[in-house]
Design a protein around this ligand. Structure first.
Ligand code: ADP
Ligand code: MG
Length: 584
C-alpha cells in the first residue's frame, strides 16, 4: 500500500492501550491499516478521509452501508493521542463495533444503560488510565449533566482526539430515523470548540446533508460522498397477488442463504414468521414489541446462521454486521426510498450477488397513507406523503430501478444496469394518450365528484343504478370505452395517478380530480405513455400453449392498428372542455 509518507514516524503517543504495548513504528497509513485491522488496501475514500482526520478537520462522510465508515474514525483514533468519543444510537450497534475492535486487540469500550454501576466505574477508570482509544456512548448519556465532569476529567488527563457522530442522519427530521437526542450533540461543540467532529452517515440526500452540517455546527467540513451504486444487488418489484403469502413462500424457497423479510406491522411479522416455520423454513421474528432478550437472541441466531430468515419490522438491521445476506424482501411497500435503500442495502455486503425484492400492490398504499395521517405534525405529514409518492413511482416505474434509486440520491447513473427487473425484462410501453383523454374528459363530465370505479362504469356504458341516478348515461362520454376491459381502464387510471396526471382525494372517499397536467393532456399538449403489464388472463393464456401466444400476437397487432386509426383522427370528438375559455 503506497500511502503518504509522513515526515516523522506515526506513533501512538501517551496511550497505554494494549495495542500500544508494542510501540508501532509506522511508515505509512497503509502499514497502520495492516497492523491494526489486517486489511491490505483502503476502500475508496478511506485513506484521504483518514489523512484529513489526522489534520483535525471537521468531516462529513457519506458512504453507503457497508462502505467502511467505521474505519474512517477508528484508524485516526488509534493514531492520535487521547480518546475518540463515538456517538452511536443503538446499544446493539455499539456492542458489535466494540467487540470487533477488541477482537483486533484495540482498546475500545462502551458505556450504556445495560451496564452495572461497577462495570461503568471500572470502564471509566480504564479510560482515565489511557487504556482506551475509542469510547462508544449514546447521545443521552454523553450529554447528561452527571457525565460532564467525567468528560472534563478525560479531556484534562488523557485528551479527547475527536467526536465521531455515527449514523449522523439521526439529527435530521428529513432523514429516515430522526432522534431528538441527536440535536443536543452540538453542545459538545460549544463546550469543546477545538475538538474536531466527524459525522458519518449512509444517507445522501442534499437536505439531510445540510441539516447535519447545520445541526452539528460543523466548521467548513470536508465532505466526502462515495458512490451509492451497489452493482451486485439485483432490484425487482413483484406484483403482489391475492395469495401473497404463497408467493412469498415460493420466493424464499427459490433463494439460497440468509435473508431478511421486512413487514409493515408487528402482527404480520409474527404471522409470516410463524407460517414460514410451519412450512419448513427456519425463520424468526424481530420487532419492537418483543422483549430485549428475545430480540437480541433472534438477531444473534440470524447472525450466527443458526436461522436462515429473519422476519422483521424496520426496527431491525441498523448497523447489523452480517455480510452474507443474500436477499432482502419487502413484503409491504417501504415508506420511502431512503429507508428502502438502507434496508435493501443490508443484502450482499460481501460484494457477491444478492436480491432485493419489493412485493407491491397499489392497494397497500392507503394503509401507509393512514399511518402518515397519524403523524401529529402537518409538515412531517407533507414530507412523508411526498416520500411515499416517490417510492410508488419507483415501484410503478418502468425505467432502470438503479437509475431511479441513484437519481434520488442525486447521483446520475446512465442507462441500463442489466441487473434489475426493468433492464432484464423491459415492459412494453404504449402511447395511451387517446385513452387518457377519454378517461379525463369523463372525470370532468362527472364534475370531479366520483371515484375510479364509477368513471370506468360510465366509460364502459354500465347499466348500474348509480350511473342512471346521476344522469351519467346521458353524457357524451357514456359508453365510449367499451373496447377496453375494466382492468385495462384501471391500469390506465392508476398510471395517470402515479404519473401525477390526475389526482385523487385522500380523505377516504378517493374522488378523482383533474390537475394542471390533466388539462395539458386534454389540450393535447402532453402525451401519455404507460407500461403495459400483462393482465392475468393474457398471462394465463400465453402460459398454456404457443398457439395462444400467436393469438396474443394478433391482438397486439390489432391494438397497434387501432392506435394508428385513432392517431389519424385529428380532434377526438369526445374530448370536451369544461372550461370553455381554454383554447386548443
Ligand atoms: P459502514 O459503517 O459504512 O456501514 P463498516 O464500517 O461497518 O461499514 O464496514 C463494513 C465492513 O467492511 C466491515 O466488515 C469492515 O471490517 C469492512 N472493511 C472496512 N474497511 C475495509 C478495508 N479497507 N478493507 C477490507 N474490509 C474493510
Ligand atoms: Mg456504520
Amino acid at each position: 500500500m503506497g500511502g503518504i509518507k509522513y515526515q516523522g514516524e506515526i506513533k501512538m503517543i501517551e496511550s497505554k492501550a494494549p495495542t500500544a504495548s508494542i510501540m508501532y513504528q509506522l511508515q505509512s497509513l497503509g502499514d497502520a491499516l495492516k497492523q491494526f485491522f489486517g486489511y491490505t488496501t483502503f476502500r475508496p475514500g478511506q485513506q484521504q478521509i483518514v489523512e484529513e482526520a489526522l489534520q483535525n478537520r471537521d468531516l462529513l462522510i457519506i458512504m453507503p452501508t457497508g462502505g467502511g465508515k467505521s474505519l474512517c474514525f477508528q484508524l485516526p483514533a488509534l493514531l492520535k493521542p487521547g480518546l475518540t468519543v463515538v456517538v452511536s444510537p443503538l446499544i446493539a450497534l455499539m456492542q458489535d463495533q466494540v467487540d470487533a475492535l477488541v477482537d483486533n486487540g484495540i482498546g475500545a469500550t462502551f458505556l450504556n444503560s445495560t451496564l452495572s454501576w461497577d462495570a461503568v466505574r471500572s470502564r471509566e477508570m480504564a479510560i482515565l488510565n489511557g487504556k482506551i482509544k475509542l469510547l462508544y456512548v449514546a447521545p443521552e448519556r454523553l450529554l447528561a449533566e452527571r457525565f460532564a465532569p467525567f468528560l472534563e476529567q478525560v479531556r484534562s488527563q488523557v485528551g479527547i482526539s475527536a467526536f465521531a457522530v455515527d449514523e449522523a442522519h439521526c439529527v435530521s427530521a428529513w432523514g429516515h430515523d430522526f432522534r431528538p437526542e441527536y440535536r443536543q450533540i452540538k453542545q459538545l461543540r460549544q463546550r469543546y470548540p477545538d475538538i474536531p467532529i466527524l459525522a458519518l452517515t449512509a444517507t445522501a440526500t442534499k437536505r439531510v446533508q445540510q441539516d447535519i452540517v447545520q445541526q452539528l455546527t460543523l466548521r467548513q467540513p470536508s465532505i466526502h460522498i462515495a458512490s451509492f451504486n451497489r452493482p451486485n444487488l439485483y432490484y425487482e418489484i413483484q406484483p403482489k397477488q391475492r395469495q401473497s403469502y404463497n408467493q412469498l413462500f415460493k420466493k424464499v424457497q427459490s433463494h439460497k442463504g440468509s435473508g431478511i423479510i421486512y413487514c409493515l406491522s408487528r402482527r404480520s411479522v409474527d404471522e409470516v414468521a410463524f407460517r414460514l416455520q410451519k412450512d419448513g423454513i427456519s425463520a424468526l421474528p424481530y420487532h419492537a414489541g418483543m422483549s430485549d432478550i428475545d430480540r437480541s437472541s433472534n438477531q444473534n441466531r440470524f447472525i450466527r446462521d443458526d436461522v436462515q430468515v429473519i422476519v422483521a419490522t424496520i426496527a431491525f438491521g441498523m448497523g447489523i454486521n452480517k455480510l452474507d445476506v443474500r436477499f432482502v424482501i419487502h413484503y409491504d411497500l417501504p415508506r420511502n426510498l431512503e429507508g428502502y435503500y438502507q434496508e435493501s442495502g443490508r443484502a450482499g455486503r460481501d460484494g457477491e450477488p444478492a436480491y432485493c425484492t419489493i412485493f407491491y400492490r397499489p392497494g397497500d398504499v392507503p394503509r401507509l397513507d393512514y399511518l402518515i395521517d397519524q403523524k401529529p405534525d402537518p409538515r412531517e405529514q407533507r414530507v412523508a406523503r411526498q416520500q411515499l409518492q416517490q417510492i410508488r413511482d419507483y415501484a410503478e416505474g418502468t425505467d432502470c430501478r438503479r437509475t431511479i434509486l441513484l437519481r434520488y440520491f442525486g447521483e446520475r447513473f446512465k442507462g441500463n444496469c442489466d441487473n434489475c427487473d426493468n433492464c432484464c425484462h423491459p415492459k412494453p410501453v404504449e402511447d395511451w394518450t387517446i385513452e387518457a383523454q377519454k378517461f379525463l374528459s369523463c372525470v370532468a363530465r362527472c364534475r370531479e365528484r366520483f371515484g375510479m370505479t364509477h368513471i370506468i362504469d360510465v366509460l364502459r356504458g354500465s347499466r348500474k343504478k348509480k350511473v342512471e341516478q346521476n344522469g351519467h348515461h346521458l353524457l357524451s362520454t357514456y359508453g365510449i370505452g367499451r373496447d377496453k376491459s375494466i382492468d385495462a381502464w384501471k391500469m390506465l387510471a392508476r398510471s395517470l395517478l402515479h404519473q401525477g396526471l390526475m389526482d385523487e382525494t385522500t380523505d377516504g372517499y378517493r374522488v378523482l380530480k383533474l390537475n394542471k397536467r390533466s388539462w395539458e393532456v386534454l389540450r393535447k399538449q402532453r402525451s401519455v405513455h404507460i407500461a403495459i403489464t400483462q393482465t392475468p388472463v393474457a398471462k394465463a393464456l400465453s402460459d398454456v400453449s404457443p398457439r395462444t401466444a400467436e393469438i396474443e400476437l394478433l391482438f397486439e397487432r390489432l391494438r397497434k392498428l387501432r392506435k394508428q386509426i385513432a392517431d389519424i383522427q385529428s380532434v377526438p370528438p369526445y374530448v370536451i372542455f369544461a372550461d370553455s375559455s381554454l383554447k386548443l
